[in-house]
Design a protein around this ligand. Structure first.
Ligand code: ADP
Ligand code: MG
Length: 683
């Protein structure tokens, strides 16, 4: 029976290849996966009324004696068994059950225990397809609380419940990985006892997210996650790099090249970055700062200093438009410097890509700016000293690991994110990194007024847009978010463009993902130069686009965007310090959460507040960026209930010494974290 925890589900009694397949669709492969797919509630079968005390709609366990069968000869009509107790009567109704089966399980004039939901039909109480029928002597095990599971098509709830109950009960003892004093202090049972209790609850509350049994399991999930980050961090800290030589003069020189002075927050973050570059440890730093807080310029300064230390820099951004915009900004600042900057994206011609690759290898490029294409297999650097990933929330942990392996021990890494990261997510997703934050923006964003408007007031919205343009403003118009398909997204944007063309009395442009680089370039240029007054777009403008003269943004179907994304979009305006407007347009089908989200947007411009609210409204997994990266780190822990457990896990892990790691081997295997370490080890 050794390690039966990790046996494939097929080995479990009651699970054949058909159910196996259904389970695998839910990422359930072995016994422990199955057991950690926790119940969502309970079914309480303790209500045992006499037949004169029945309550319609209630799950009831009754003791009755069958007295008469009725098997209709017409197909599709149900069979009925009339039953009585000493007070009244009830019908048991069966669809699709064979006569023989009914006669066997419900022999006439023998008392049975039946459990199911009581309904009332044509003046009679009845239970349709009862969940349980047992002879009276075996009935005791029905009158209890049972865990309820998300249903799996093709498997009856009853079967599922039975499998869980039995498997949990048969769990063999596992050596405890936590300190016993700690468990006592928390009043927690062992891992397997907790699991047993959740699958075979004594009280309805046992399966709740704040029960001690659930919390123990959630804690272990969090713990295993943080433990891995701790391990990655330790390994990173062991890497010795050649410190970069950076002088005050050099720093002052680059600062003089800028058209503005850095804010206090920017300076503080820059100091940290420089300190990291000069140290003999590899930099792994997250630079978080709200939209418009001025992160790009820090990337520019760091890559310049890196260049002066004779290393190459790579700046990776998620979209092409953004790559171009950064490229232009860098070129402008460095126009009189002897520094070679290049652009590379998936849309760069194959021939030119090859040229860029050769130059990178020969050290003929100092700073390369590009999209994901920067990190293809084929690309080799001469001596990559710095990687900056802009708007990195689109890149997951695994991609990060891959990426830092692209360089060498001497490669420093900065991740820049415009989505302020909620605290719990910092712990669980950036546990391997150091964090710097730009809190205050060069221009305060208090001058953005956010309005919500129903779609049926489209005319008023268009009037407003015309009025703003007339006053000298420029406008972003974001079309509905259609997740299902790029094609639909495009159709929606084109339709809106055609409609608005006749309603807005100025030149407008349409920008979307299917345009070529040149086409997009041209439109953006015209927008920035002021020739185009309004840009209709899909969400391509979401990240980073910078036109300080555009101070109005209209977002259609705003209720379908996540808060983080709305905040990003709104950050496109109000960049010059003048008064800006954000119109959130919602449709009549707006949901309650949709309304709440829009209210948060109306009430606050603080990205950190908004990101915490986002986490509360959407929970883990749905957060923008996590969905895209396909990573789902938590299935048990829930930030709404367990934020205290994240802190606790962090504290406990800090207390660990080297030797105690071995104890957690099974825990890591349970949550499949052992694989993450394998990736790192085999590199
Ligand atoms: P984000 O953090 O969203 O990437 P950007 O780097 O795009 O922000 O900066 C937003 C705008 O603010 C840009 O036009 C940038 O040139 C400008 N900016 C950045 N830092 C400062 C500063 N210290 N003073 C004035 N303007 C600044
Ligand atoms: Mg940016």
């Amino acid at each position: 029976m050794k390690n039966s925890l990790f046996d494939p589900v097929l080995k479990i009694k009651g699970i054949g290849p058909k159910i196996q397949k259904k389970l695998e669709e839910k990422n359930i492969f072995n016994k422990v996966d199955l057991l950690l797919n926790l119940p969502t509630g309970t079914i309480d079968r303790r209500f045992c009324p006499k037949l004169d005390q029945l309550e319609i709609g209630k799950i009831s366990t009754i003791f009755v004696t069958p007295i008469k069968y009725n098997f209709p000869r017409i197909k599709n009509l149900p069979s009925r068994v009339s039953c009585v107790d000493e007070f009244s009567k009830i019908d048991l109704v069966f669809f699709n059950s064979r006569e023989n089966y009914i006669k066997q399980t419900l022999p006439l004039n023998e008392e049975v225990v039946v459990s199911g939901k009581v309904t009332f039909y044509k003046n009679k109480y009845q239970i349709t397809n009862p969940d349980y029928i047992r002879s009276t002597d075996k009935g005791a095990d029905i009158k209890k609380i049972m865990s309820k599971y998300p249903s799996i098509s093709g498997v009856s709830d009853k079967t599922l419940q039975k499998i869980y109950s039995e498997e949990a009960d048969n769990l063999s003892r596992i050596d405890e990985w936590h300190d016993l004093n700690f468990l006592n202090k928390m009043k927690w049972l062992s891992w397997s006892e907790s699991l047993k209790r959740i699958h075979n609850p004594v009280y309805n509350e046992d399966v709740n997210k704040n029960s001690p049994y659930y919390e123990r399991l959630a804690f272990d999930e969090i713990y295993s996650n943080l433990l891995i980050f701790n391990e990655i961090k330790k390994r990173l800290e062991k890497i010795k790099k050649i410190p970069k030589k950076i002088s005050i003069d050099q720093i002052n020189k680059i600062k003089k090249l800028l058209p503005f002075q850095l804010t206090d927050d920017q300076n503080k973050c820059l100091d940290k970055i420089i300190e990291d570059m000069k140290s003999n440890k590899k930099m792994m730093r997250v630079l978080q700062g709200d939209v418009g807080s001025g992160k790009t310029v820090l990337a520019l300064i760091s890559s310049y200093l890196n260049y002066l230390s004779n290393y190459q820099s790579a700046i990776m951004v998620p979209t092409e438009i953004l790559a171009i915009q950064h490229y232009k900004f860098f070129q402008k600042i460095f126009k009189n410097q002897d520094i070679k900057i290049e652009l590379l994206s998936g849309k760069t011609k194959t021939k030119d890509q090859k040229k860029v690759r050769e130059k990178l290898k020969k050290n003929e490029i100092d700073i390369i700016i590009g999209t994901h294409s920067l990190f293809q297999e084929k690309i080799e650097f001469f001596n990559l000293g710095l990687v900056v990933i802009d708007e990195q929330h689109k890149f997951g942990v695994k991609q990060r690991i891959n990426l830092s392996q692209k360089g060498s021990d001497n490669t420093d890494v900065i991740l820049m994110t415009a989505t302020p990261i909620p605290r719990t997510l910092i712990l669980t997703n950036y546990g391997d990194m150091n964090i710097s934050t730009i809190k205050n923006k060069p221009f305060s964003n208090n001058n953005i007024e956010t309005l919500t408007k129903p779609l049926n007031k489209l005319d008023e919205i268009i009037d407003f847009v015309n009025k703003k343009i007339n006053e000298g403003d420029q406008v972003y118009w974001v079309c509905p978010l259609i997740e299902e398909s790029e094609k639909l997204k495009l159709t929606a944007a084109i339709k809106r463009y055609d409609f608005l063309k006749n309603k807005i009395s100025y030149d407008i442009g349409l920008i979307h993902g299917s345009l070529s680089k040149n086409e997009k370039d041209l439109i953006m240029e015209n927008f920035i130069d002021g020739n185009i007054k309004c840009i209709i777009s899909t969400t391509v403008i979401e990240v980073g686009i910078d036109n300080p003269n555009a101070n109005t943004i209209v977002i259609e179907n705003a209720e379908r965007f996540g808060l983080a994304q709305l905040h990003q979009l709104r950050g496109r305006v109000g960049r010059s310090g003048s008064k800006a407007y954000c119109l959130l347009v919602y449709s009549s089908s707006i949901s309650e959460t949709g309304k709440k989200r829009l209210k948060v947007m109306k009430d606050s411009c603080d990205g950190f507040f908004i990101s915490e609210e986002d986490l509360k409204l959407r929970g883990f997994g749905d957060i923008i960026g996590y969905k895209q990266s396909g990573e789902k780190d938590f299935t048990i822990a829930d930030p709404l209930y367990h934020s205290h457990l994240f802190d606790l896990a962090k504290d406990e892990i800090e207390k660990l010494d080297e030797e105690s790691y071995a104890k957690f081997k099974i825990l890591l295997k349970i949550f499949k974290k052992d694989k993450v370490l394998n990736i790192i080890d085999t590199g």
